[in-house]
Design a protein around this ligand. Structure first.
Ligand code: DON
Length: 314
């Protein structure tokens, strides 16, 4: 049975739990392969939880802005599905986890055709980005940004241009993945144009409350909580939730499913978007990452919340 005043209970314990989880940040490292991300505050930890009735609770460094990075991949996948449908999307990417790092090339050479294993690893996300509709790169980037704005209910969402430039100048590994996909016919468009769209959507700047609002739409099966109207077909939310569960925390997704048991997606900025289906949208940030690329303090905090409030879906 759902505890009706659970949000009140969360409110009373959250500040203390945030401070306890924050202690773990020292065990992690801020991502530095995108040079601009190395400036992120290592000890920061913030969380924002929105419920379906308009209630919310937050604690810690919720004022901190950070870039979506891989969290954006969930929503470009949804947009590509809305633009072209399942058959087109799954002709370019598979449905299986890799067990490898998010930027690995390894499995691309092991299968024929060289379809990336899933849409949340970098190779798969770049392939998916190439499917977002629009007449020009500018229009495709704008459509993605506007979709993110709609989901976050925040018209001022925009790029962190320093992070965008930093990744665009140093993203050699992503370039090599994309050129490989071009050679294999998975990417049809101009490679640099697709990469530019990809680097831009990874660099959309958000706060925890933006992520929580985006998550809430998924928690509601695609319903906009403000209007009550469907803005994402339920089937595509279902697909996104499956990938978040099986691949959202990269090759720590199994461990996360056991210890937290919620669909989630992390980014190298330290952001995590998670949902308690039908109940909450959660946005958090903690820039210090573990070896698998997930926020150390953030994962710890989600473990605590899910464990204490019995949120695991399994
Ligand atoms: O392409 C990259 O490497 C980054 N823009 C995003 C990677 C990322 O967030 C992986 N997350 N854990």
């Amino acid at each position: 049975m759902v505890n009706t005043d659970e949000l009140g209970e969360i409110k009373s314990v959250l500040p203390e739990w945030v401070e306890a989880s924050r202690q773990l940040a020292e065990q992690g490292k801020v991502a530095a392969y995108i040079p601009e991300l190395a400036k992120s505050p290592k000890d920061a930890l913030g969380i924002y939880i929105m419920d379906t009735a308009g209630g919310s609770v937050s604690a810690g460094d919720c004022g901190l802005s950070f870039t979506m990075q891989s969290i954006s991949k969930v929503f470009t996948l949804i947009l590509a599905l809305m633009d072209h449908g399942e058959a087109a999307v799954f002709s370019k990417v598979g449905m299986e986890p890799t067990g490898d790092n998010f930027n690995s090339m390894l499995k691309l050479e092991l299968v024929e055709p060289s379809r990336p294993f899933n849409p949340l690893i970098n190779a798969g996300a770049i392939a998916v980005t190439s499917l977002v509709g629009g007449d020009s790169s500018e229009e495709r980037s704008l459509r993605i940004l506007q979709f993110f704005r709609q989901l976050a209910d925040n018209d001022s969402l925009d790029y962190d241009l320093d992070v965008y430039r930093s990744e665009s100048e140093t993203g050699h590994l992503n370039r090599s993945l994309a050129y490989y996909l071009k050679d294999k016919g998975i990417l049809q468009d101009d490679v640099e144009a697709v990469l530019d769209i990809y680097f831009r959507h990874c660099a959309v700047k958000v706060t925890c409350s933006d992520l929580a609002r985006m998550a809430l739409v998924l928690a509601l099966g695609g319903i906009d909580p403000s209007t009550g109207k469907s803005i994402i077909p339920r089937r595509y939310v279902q697909i996104a939730k499956v990938f978040m569960t099986t691949c959202g925390m990269y090759n720590a997704s199994g461990e996360f499913a056991i210890n937290v048991g919620l669909p989630a997606k992390s980014g190298v900025s330290g952001g995590i978007l998670s949902i308690v289906p039908g109940r909450y949208g959660i946005g958090l940030v903690g820039p210090a990452l573990n070896k698998k690329g997930n926020s150390v303090a953030g994962v710890n905090l989600l473990e605590k919340l899910s464990g204490e409030f019995g949120w695991s879906l399994f």
